[in-house]
Design a protein around this ligand. Structure first.
Ligand code: NDP
Length: 445
């Protein structure tokens, strides 16, 4: 079967300077070959050609003033990828590496992830090349307000509902929400990840990390295994990594490593999460500070070495392409039995090939980290009915959603000839709902 390879090449030719976007499209189209064969009507309706093209891409200037009174200029993005099954939904990333390729790959992936949650949300992503590191609160506020001044023209509670991602947490969402409200004179659920005092949902902060562990636990359970007494290595030390570590520990694992973009810490006794939360969430300092409080722990410069630590379960929760083929080989040689992707596209195609070849249980990002956006959709529901569910109510819904995503991915893999390959299964299950909706809605011509 080679029904979609021409399309893959077309995407490369049309988007020549976008390696991350090309990588994401190639991965998905490869697993959709049997779906294309089973649905000639979708081929005829151009569903595959349409799904790889964003519905709308917005690029804009953000000017703001730093603490020295100097005018700064950054570039902002919002890519509204697909609205077939609901309003656009997806996070905002603030990181110097942000460019159109990264935002498009994230928006494309988001379309399938959001579909997998079973909730009515379309796919989008946005952000800016602004670097929040080392900026004062006032500078962050100035940037966020300027960013929202433009973004507010393109979003709305029933149109497009952004959330957080790398570099965007509660503080940034607060500044952006305040600015939206000032500009529009509307108190609506236009952003998720809001503070609890103004419409945020309990358990949203924990949702991506917790959800990833619920998914991995399902995957382990199906193979007569669990987190209990397992050694776990987690990259990153942001929102996803911290709450992934918290849930893994609650499920009985020993989490021994975390990292940031400078280096990683190894604590054989088990990472003390209170220390990590204080350093990263309160003081906003580097992970290297950890060893000052736990002198038996080690700090190593550079991120990639974290995968040399012997572990049973690896959870990459920092950024795209952070786990390459040679790191995968080391993990496998060290006896790693499962990988759950908390970050988006953290494993390179070579790493994924190694995991699948060696029968390592592999929980792909769009399934394993969907708990964040699912809980964001639950925040939207609570905003619509002007009501707040308890932590337990939201957490129970999250657990049910993650279990359902596991079942859907696993069943789709089996049905289309990829038994045991959750990556292909998640791609197919996510795609089918969006494709069905696009087909029903016709083509505007
Ligand atoms: P945070 O900003 O809270 O944390 C990001 C972490 O990753 C930090 O430790 C950061 O280190 C590290 N990191 C970022 N960029 C790089 C890089 N280029 N190289 C090495 N390390 C890096 O972000 P989140 O925890 O929210 O997001 C982490 C991942 O999870 C991303 O891929 C995101 O898209 C994905 N995700 C997040 C969701 C959410 O709800 N927040 C939902 C679904 C997916 P440093 O501080 O040094 O930059």
């Amino acid at each position: 079967m080679n029904l979609l390879s021409g399309l893959s090449q077309q995407v490369i030719n049309k988007n020549p300077n976008e390696p991350e976007f090309q990588q994401a499209v190639k991965e998905i189209l490869e697993s959709l070959e049997p779906v294309a064969a089973a649905h000639p009507e979708w081929m005829d309706a151009g569903i595959f050609d349409r799904i790889v093209e964003p519905e709308r891409q917005i690029i804009f200037r953000i000017s703001w003033i730093d603490d020295k009174g100097v005018v700064k200029v950054n570039r902002g993005f919002r890519v509204q990828f697909n609205s077939a099954i609901g309003p656009y939904k997806g996070g905002l990333r603030l990181h110097p590496s942000v460019n159109l390729s990264i935002i498009k790959f994230l928006g494309f992936e988001q379309t399938f992830k959001n579909s997998l949650t079973g909730l009515p949300i379309g796919g989008a992503k946005g952000g800016s090349d602004f670097d929040p590191k080392g900026k004062s609160d006032r500078e962050i506020m100035s940037f966020c307000q300027s960013f929202m001044t433009e973004l507010s023209k393109h979003i709305g509670a029933d149109t497009d509902v952004p959330a957080g991602d790398i570099g965007v947490g509660g503080r940034e969402i607060g500044f952006m929400y305040g600015q939206y409200k000032r500009l529009r004179n509307e108190f609506t659920g236009v952003l998720t990840g809001k503070g609890l005092s103004y419409g945020g949902s309990l358990a949203r902060t924990e949702a991506t990390g917790y959800g990833m562990c619920y998914f991995v636990e399902e995957m382990l359970k199906a193979n007569d295994k669990s987190f209990k007494n397992k050694t776990v290595v987690i990259s990153g030390s942001g929102n996803v990594a911290i709450y992934g570590a918290e849930k893994a520990i609650q499920l009985g694992a020993n989490v021994v490593a975390l990292s940031d973009s400078s280096g990683y810490i190894y604590d054989a006794n088990g990472i003390n999460l209170d220390t990590v939360k204080r350093i990263k969430e309160v003081e906003r300092k580097r992970i290297s500070e950890y060893v000052k409080f736990h002198p038996t722990a080690e700090y190593h410069e550079g991120c990639i070495g974290i995968w040399k630590i012997k572990c049973d379960i690896a959870l990459p929760c920092a950024t795209q392409n952070e786990l390459d083929g040679s790191s995968a080989k080391i993990l496998i040689a060290n006896g790693c039995i499962a990988v759950g992707e908390g970050a988006n596209m953290p494993s390179t195609p070579e790493a994924i090939e190694e995991f699948l070849k060696s029968k390592v249980l592999f929980g792909p990002a769009k399934a394993a980290n969907a708990g964040g956006v699912a809980t964001s959709a639950l925040e939207m529901s609570q905003n619509s009915i002007r009501y707040s569910w308890t932590f337990e109510e939201v957490d129970d819904k999250l657990k049910a959603i993650m279990s359902d995503i596991y079942i859907k991915s696993s069943n789709a893999a089996k049905e289309f000839g990829f038994e045991g390959n959750l990556l292909a299964g998640a791609n197919i299950a996510g795609f089918i709902k969006v494709a069905t909706a696009m087909y029903s809605q016709g083509i505007a011509y």
